[in-house]
Design a protein around this ligand. Structure first.
Ligand code: COA
Length: 260
């Protein structure tokens, strides 16, 4: 697929996806969601890519939401479809990806933009970032998983207040809430994410894949997280990465994981 609204930069072990619609503050239109779907799937299937970082172009916005101009005239049926397809094709896809995904929040992360960050495995923000779910100010609610993932991350009361007031919080408050793991200057944002990506890349990709699955299971109403953990833990014992990791430890050397 030829990308129009995103671009991808690949390093040795990780890739950075940049959403590139600066004149619309990187708002997520249909085309961008389709491109992100393809990009995430392709990068996840690439064994060389061990971490994916997602960010927005420019210094102003990560993503300022779903593209309001596209859905302003939607019917009930179309609204439902927009939410269902978005959740399936992008937001749930990212959450359940086997490759770790870091959101580098470089400015406004509003509505669908915050929901995109919430679907990632963890988040890092620059000091100028502003986050919120302003949907009720438009007469709608968050539809890309925000009503579920925000309370999971920051607690029900804080999420209710943010959603009901439609207000934005700054990076320091997001850090205090546990919404983002680190706050750094705009210049330090991508270098820190790359440092974290490098650290993750040294570890077993197979074990990380199982860890993501087990952690996610704890947040699903129809899954027993402890049972998923037992299965995933057991599965690791049959992998080459486990043999290499334990052997390297016993031989007092750094592990060189084959990724299988
Ligand atoms: N959908 C579509 N277009 C958007 C957008 C969105 N979610 N967010 C910003 N844009 C567009 C604006 O319409 C404007 O386009 P134009 O120049 O063609 O008129 C451009 O991006 C710049 O935005 P602007 O509002 O002029 O910038 P600002 O600095 O004054 O305000 C925001 C920044 C983020 C506060 C403001 O753009 C905003 O409130 N955006 C919508 C946020 C939102 O409600 N998101 C949830 C959607 S469900």
């Amino acid at each position: 697929m030829k990308y129009e609204n995103i671009y991808i930069e690949e390093e040795k072990q990780w890739a950075t996806i940049t959403i590139n619609r600066p004149t619309k503050l990187n708002a997520l239109n249909k085309r961008t969601i389709e491109e992100l779907h393809v990009a995430f799937k392709e990068l996840d299937e690439d064994p060389e890519i061990k971490v994916i970082i997602i960010t927005g172009t420019g210094e102003k916005a990560f993503v300022a939401g779903a593209d309001i101009s596209e859905f302003a005239h939607f019917s009930v049926k179309e609204g439902r479809q927009l939410s269902a397809m978005g959740q399936k094709n992008l937001f749930n896809l990212i959450e359940n990806l086997t490759t770790p995904v870091i959101a580098a929040i470089n400015g406004f992360a509003l509505g669908g933009g915050l929901e995109l960050a919430l679907a990632c495995h963890f988040r890092v923000a620059s000091s100028n970032a502003r986050m919120g779910l302003p949907e009720v100010s438009l007469g709608v609610i968050p539809g890309y998983g925000g009503t579920q993932r925000l309370p999971q991350l920051i607690g029900k009361g804080r999420a209710m207040e943010l959603i009901m007031t439609a207000s934005m919080i700054d990076a320091d408050k997001a850090f205090a809430y546990g919404l983002v793991n680190h706050v750094v200057s705009p210049e330090e944002l991508l270098p820190l994410c790359e440092k974290l990506a490098s650290r993750i890349s040294n570890n077993s990709t197979v074990a990380i894949k199982h860890a993501i699955k087990a952690v996610n299971a704890g947040f699903k109403y129809d899954a027993d997280g402890y049972a998923v953990e037992i299965d995933a833990f057991g599965h690791c014992f049959g992998t080459d990465d486990f043999k290499e990791g334990t052997t390297a430890f016993l031989e007092k050397r750094k592990a060189d994981f084959p990724g299988s």
